[in-house]
Design a protein around this ligand. Sequence first.
Ligand SMILES: Cc1cc2nc3c(=O)[nH]c(=O)nc-3n(C[C@H](O)[C@H](O)[C@H](O)COP(=O)(O)OP(=O)(O)OC[C@H]3O[C@@H](n4cnc5c(N)ncnc54)[C@H](O)[C@@H]3O)c2cc1C
Length: 434
Amino acid sequence: MNGLVWFRNDLRTIDNHSLYNACRENEKVIGIYCLDPRHLETTQYGFKKTEKFRTQFLLETLAELQQNLAEKNITLLVYYGYPEQLIPEVAAKYQIDTIYSQNEWTQEEVDVENEVRNLIPAVNWKTYYDQFLFHPDDVPYEDWEKIPEVFTEFRKQLEKKIRVRPTVSITAKPISNLIKEKTTIPTLEDLGFDSETSEFKQPNKTAFPFKGGENKAKKRIRDYFWDTKKLAVYKKTRNGLVGKDYSSKLSAWLANGSISARMIYWEVQQFEKKVVKNEDTYWLIFELIWRDYFKYISLKHGNKIFQLNGILQKEYHWNQNTKAFNQWTNGTTPEHFVNANMIELQKTGWMSNRGRQNVASYWAKEWEQDWRIGAAYFESMLIDYDVHSNYGNWMYNAGVGNDPRDRKFNIKRQAEMYDSDGKFQKMWLIPELF
Ligand SMILES: Cc1cc2nc3c(=O)[nH]c(=O)nc-3n(C[C@H](O)[C@H](O)[C@H](O)COP(=O)(O)OP(=O)(O)OC[C@H]3O[C@@H](n4cnc5c(N)ncnc54)[C@H](O)[C@@H]3O)c2cc1C
């Protein structure tokens, strides 16, 4: 039997159930990744759907994935093109019996998958929910409708009732599994970025000086957990703004699936056994449960997460003002703290969680601008963009999501609390100082 693994946001060889099952059930296994041109188009708001930061991170990730799979004698074909054109061609050429992939449920992903499926009805499909900490088959809700609207209730129920599943890994296929066809990973320029953009360099002061790929994710865990033991103080530092170690920075690898949430969970358990178990080590798991929560909320509410009235279906008066958008994105609002964060995002593709909450609140609550434009801009710029976390957090901050208290941030007070010496603001507002 011949299996094809269609990689999407599960770009890893370890703890990948599509790959694991494809290897167990087939004599021949090939991998495919399609760099979908739709992801690089200009949105209705006039900016690219995916900017250079996440695209570059993705290309680095694919290079490592191709290498790691080759070490297991599995070929990864990487193409720039539409999955609905490429996958039927590859399926026919290599006489594929079954396609394996991660289960995705957001509209754009479902539309593409359905198109592919309709074109090759004779091929079997196996899909896996592989992006969760707590597997959907294990959660104590008979249908998504029963998922609580308040995070604490969800967390407490899950923590009490279910265990995180163990991770899985593959053994190497025989060398005869490798196919002759070879593809090379494109460059940013091949994907239509202009030559100046393609050669961009991260500023030295970036808080995210990391590259994409499964090995890099593991290295980050080694550094953050075992070498520097920063995990042991995570809860105390996680609201930081400057430097690479105030938080785990695992989000970008999690978002494209270079690492699984389960792998991080089990590594934390090891750390707790061998080094220390405290509130800080628990808090990383707590945050991973937030990540799961937004995935469950998106399963429950479907396309409402992209709608102006959100999952609350609450009507506010929203504006769409181009001048406001330019001020916000270029960091020229009257609020220095907002500006510093927005300039950081523009220059690096990264912003801290504290920063994200403040700039989102400022855009949606203070200026009452259409929150979906803010969310789309984040989608374009963030290295760690994840559809569920992004739209879930944006709804939460805009007052149309899961915040039972519907808070508005006092930006000046936040700046005093989290940047009392102004170091972060100076760093991005007076660049020549650094
Ligand atoms: C408006 C807004 C938009 C956001 N957009 C995204 C996004 O597109 N992608 C994304 O991964 N996160 C998003 N977040 C959540 C959060 O800001 C990032 O996950 C976090 O800053 C990543 O840094 P870290 O990996 O060092 O996190 P840590 O503090 O080290 O946390 C560990 C992990 O827990 C998860 N996590 C932490 N906080 C949250 C949260 N609030 N919601 C969901 N998961 C969380 C992440 O996977 C993170 O890697 C957004 C938050 C806001 C307020």
